[in-house]
Design a protein around this ligand. Sequence first.
Ligand code: COA
Length: 380
Amino acid sequence: MYVLITALALVVAAAPVISFAPAPARFVPSRARALNAAAAGDAAGSGPLRARLVGTGSAAPETRVTNDNIAEWIDTTDEWISSRTGIGSRHVLSADDPGLASLAARAAASALADAGVDAADVDLVIVATSSPDDLFGDAPTVAHAIGASKAVAFDLTAACSGFLFATVTASQFLHSGAYKTAVVVGGDALSRWVDWDDRNSCILFGDGAGAVVLQRTEDAADSGVLGFALHSDGGGHDKLQCAYNGARRDLATSTGASVTTGAYAPITMDGREVYKFATRRVPEVVAEALENAGLEAGDVDHLLLHQANIRIMEIVADRLGIPREKIITNLNEYGNTSAGSIPLALEEAVRTGTVKKGDVIATAGFGAGLSWGSAILRWG
Ligand code: COA
C-alpha cells in the first residue's frame, strides 16, 4: 500500500494544476479494521456490504457505425479517432428501433436468466440512465416488461458514473436487510443527444445497456461489494453537459407569465479538461475504494473502468501499479455507452470466461456532474 500511496503522491505532485475542488476528506479504515468488520458481519461505512453479484446481462442495438462511416459526413479519420480514443465503432439505436427502456429490459431479463433468479422474486429495480425514453423515469416500465411485479423501481441519474452509483445504492438496501434481490441496469442512448456534426464529441458515444442481479448474503464473508468510494463536484458541471434550453413561451397577456417549452441542447464537452479530471481523480478513487475494502492494488484481478478512452484506462492502470493486461475493455466495438459501459463490458468478460467466480474486479465510473466513484467487486 505504501508503494501505491507514494506512487500516487508523486503523480499528483507532477500533475498540472487544474481548477476542480479538492477531493473530500477520505474515510480510510485500516485493513485490519475492514476485515474484522466483515468477519463480524458489521461492515464499516464504505467497507464490505452484504450483497453478492449473481448474474449479468447486456443488450446493444444492431446498427453499427464505424469510424470510416463517420468520416463520410465530418472531417475526421479512423486513424485520428482510434489513436486518440481506442474507439473503432459504436452501436446506435436506429430511428425504427424500440427505445432505451426496451434495451434496458433485454439486459435485465438476460441478467435474471444468467442468475437463475425468477423476476417475481425481485424486490428492487434501479435503472441508471441519463437518456430515458420518459423523463419521468424508465425503471417502472423495465420492471413491468421483465415481470418484476412486486419490485419498487426508479431511475438514478449520475451520467457515466450511474451504474456504479446505482450498484452501491442497491447494495445498501440489501446490506440493511430491507430487500433481498435487486436488479441494477445501466443504459444510455446518447446517440439521441450528441450533435452528429460536432467532431469533438460525436465520435465518442454509442448506445447500450448492461445489468447485474444482486442478492443479499447472510454471510458477510461472501460479500461481493468489498468497498466503495463515491464523489461529485458540481464546480466542474460545465465541462460536460446536456443542458435544458426550452424555448420561451409567453402565456396569455393577462397572466403576465412566461414559461419554457421542453428541449435540451446537444451534449457539450471540454475534452481536455475531462481528460485531466479523469486521469487525476480515477486513480485516487480506486485507491480509496481499495483502502475501504482492506485490499491493495496487487489483490486486483481485473480493472474495469468506464469505457471512455483507452488512454485514460492505461494511465489509470499505470498510476495504480496495476498491469495493463488486467484492463477489461470493449471500447473498440461499442465506444462510450455512458451508464451502460461497465455492465456491458462485465457481461462480455464473464461470458467469455475472462472473469471467473471469486475474481476481484476494481471498477470505476466517471463523467458528467462531475461525478466519479469506484467499487471493488468480487464476482459470483
Ligand atoms: N477528428 C479530427 N480532428 C479532430 C477531431 C476529430 N474527430 N476532434 C478534434 N479534432 C482536432 C481539434 O479541432 C484540434 O485541432 P486544432 O489543433 O487545429 O485546434 C486537434 O484535433 C486536437 O484537439 P484536442 O481536443 O486537443 O484533441 P485531444 O488529443 O485532447 O483529443 C479527445 C480529444 C476528445 C479525444 C480527448 O480530449 C478525450 O478523450 N477527452 C476525454 C473525453 C471523454 O472521455 N469524455 C467522456 C467522459 S465520460
